[in-house]
Ligand binder design. Structure first.
Ligand SMILES: [Zn+2]
Length: 231
């Protein structure tokens, strides 16, 4: 268990006696049990709910993020409730989560900053009919809003330009049009200083893959079976 000290596993278990380890090996640790949330946002309703959750935390966390599943079938498994058909939660964009966990990625921080906010918002939607923070956007639109907020940009084109720049080395990125919309090259605008801060969060390759893979709809398109060609 010592290898998991870095994420404060024992402290987390001590603070949540109804959660236990269901599997632990070199690749991951899996926790399951009862998680209670009692929270209220100013101007919104009190949420006092107990959930049956399962968390799968990969060994390389925070590089790869944990998945959290609703084992109690409390959340409708639809897009509207940000829950996938397998019961896992659609929490937020990966980079936003990583940004929030930058200075503390203990399990306690992961729950406090990511899970509690999610549980509160979606439970509020289930119990009172609306989201306390306003509608959380989905899929591509959600990503664009998330990134826009983080990068200080608005609109799809700007966000895609920022991701494209982050997928290149600084020298190459500086030749691209600036995402801020100033009409100059990135290298000539102070906006590059803001953008370059994100380089420490992920590698170039991640931004490249993300740009091509993540701007897809929430639901995966159905695969169409190719008919084998007969000669
Ligand atoms: Zn600019």
């Amino acid at each position: 268990m010592r290898q998991w000290d870095g994420i404060g596993l024992e402290e987390f278990l001590a603070a949540h006696p109804k959660i236990r380890i269901t599997e632990i090996n070199d690749d991951r640790v899996e926790l399951a049990g009862e998680y209670q949330l009692k929270a209220q946002l100013a101007g919104s309703q009190l949420v006092d709910q107990t959930y049956q959750l399962r968390l799968v935390c990969p060994r390389d966390y925070p590089k790869t993020l944990p998945k959290v599943f609703d084992e109690g079938k409390y959340f409708p498994r639809t897009q509207e409730y940000h829950t996938y058909p397998d019961g896992s939660f659609c929490l937020a964009s990966e980079i936003k989560i990583k940004l929030l966990l930058l200075d503390d990625h203990s399990l306690a921080a992961f729950f406090e900053k990511i899970i509690d906010r999610f549980l509160y918002a979606v439970t509020h939607r289930i119990e009172f009919g609306f989201f306390p923070y306003g509608e959380l956007a989905h899929g591509e639109q959600g990503l664009i809003e998330d990134y826009g907020e983080m990068f200080g940009l608005s609109g799809k084109l700007s966000v895609l330009r920022a991701l494209q720049a982050l997928g290149k080395r600084k020298r190459e990125a500086n030749k691209l049009p600036c995402p801020c919309g100033c009409g100059r090259r990135l290298g000539l605008c102070d906006y590059r200083l803001i953008l370059n801060q994100f380089r420490s969060i992920e590698r170039l390759r991640w931004f490249q893959l993300h740009l091509t893979e993540s701007f897809k709809p929430f639901e995966k398109p159905q695969k169409i079976k190719k008919k084998s060609r007969t000669i």
